[in-house]
Design a protein around this ligand. Sequence first.
Ligand code: GLP
Length: 241
Amino acid sequence: MEVIITEEERIGELVADDIAALVARVPDGVLGLATGSSPLRIYDSVARRVDAGTLSLARARAFTLDEYVGLPAGHPAGYRTVIDADFVSRVDLPADAVQGPDGTAADLAAACAAYEAAIRDAGGVDLQILGIGTDGHIAFNEPGSSLSSRTRVKTLTEQTRRDNARFFDGDLESVPRHCLTQGLGTIMEARHIVLVATGAGKAQAVHHLVEGAVSALWPATILQHHPRVSVLIDEAAASRL
Ligand code: GLP
């Protein structure tokens, strides 16, 4: 695990460099996209480069990590809507080259299996971007998640629902109780994983991620077993290392 402590602006540039290096090597490379505030600097840096004509994702493909169950397509807090607004609509990645788990499916188990198959058929994820929850979750793999889990339905913790209520006009009751999420085993198959975290609120989770024992109680710790993980954090997120 490589740990880089630097300013937030620089984190965006460094990961954009990784994405540029990937598509220079493999133009139809597969990105793993994360929602949340943590990757926004990355998406800004990539969008600037696409605007400037120095980077193109026109042949790339992407998979998102997770989705709420039961939000209608186009709901402003739905992760597909969010990733389209934050990233896809700002770059030249074709909209149909981006897939996410279908939280509106009548048969959620079948939707999870289909999503695993789609990732596999695309040849797997080359570069996975991750944030981390304050309780150490990655994607929506909450504490207690099996370390070898695959895409499945999960129940969100109270903590995560409270953290995310800000995207539902602060109304906790509107935050769905369930989600579909890539499993820890799914995420671990990405060839390169880049986890970004900033701010003191993430310091405890980052401490466990980097220095804690591997445990389902802090799901991100499974990344210690991955051969190629880059952790990019600012001073505040690194304050407990
Ligand atoms: C959500 C997402 C995670 C994300 C986490 C942290 O729960 N499912 O993928 O990493 O929030 O979000 P933020 O980066 O906004 O702190």
